[in-house]
Design a protein around this ligand. Sequence first.
Ligand code: CAA
Length: 269
Amino acid sequence: MEIKNVILEEELKNVTLEKEGNLAIITINRPKALNALNSDTLKDLDVAITNIENDNDIYCVILTGAGEKSFVAGADIAEMKDLDSKGGEEFGLLGNKVFRRLETLNKPVIAAISGFALGGGCELAMACDIRIASEKAKFAQPEAGLGITPGFGGTQRLPRIVGLGKAKELIYTCAMINAEEALRIGLVNKVVPLENLMDEAKKMAAAINANAPIAVKLCKDAINRGMQVDMDKAIEIEAEDFGKCFDSEDQVEGMTAFLERRAKNFKNN
Ligand code: CAA
């Protein structure tokens, strides 16, 4: 399959967007700063997300960092250093807004994590649906050691993913953990050799893309929304999304193909 660089109306400086069939690949591309997230990079990411959100031919996204050393080494410390409380809050809101868009994007996002996923980098990975790490990946929330709190969702998503006690330990101590430990505590889904990282991410994307895209999108919606409310409300959300599937042609196709014992041909309709 040919990989095509996407030409966007707005030129991106620190992010690349490629498309390969029904898959989009976003790469944070600021390797000299280990892909640290400054405002420009966050804005570029926002533009890439908008493009993908509106592209009906894209069913799944891989988010990665340029180079082998780092996925993303955090928010840009040089940019943050002289902020006051108002500037800090605004920077935090910018990062959180973009990450939340990714978390609620109408298609699944797989983070492919080569090396450092620190601070905002770990937070970016946590805003993705699934995390695949290379054996060389390292994770930490080092913010308290810099005199700040995690500001792009880390205080909220880390406890939801790994549990309260482990999240507090990692955030208070700023301990750096390796990929094996990240797998053990459930921070990542899978650990693979570095040289296989993108192939494994693409393999997972292909497994997702073999299913009905509308159903996958509604699964993401039901899981995300349902996890934020009590079980009575959660099962109402599930019933609503389950019902919506029956408006899709792909539901008819999936069930008909099963009954006719033939291969299915989903069209994202
Ligand atoms: N912000 C800005 N620049 C960064 C950066 C960051 N988060 N991380 C790395 N860089 C830059 C370095 O300043 C350096 O630039 P120069 O070559 O111009 O000096 C370049 O990337 C390479 O980094 P190092 O020379 O430090 O590379 P190393 O191999 O010695 O160390 C590292 C690698 C352990 C990842 C180290 O760079 C590091 O500790 N980085 C900071 C990690 C961090 O604390 N992240 C959290 C940021 S705060 C945050 O993210 C807040 C939030 O929640 C929103």
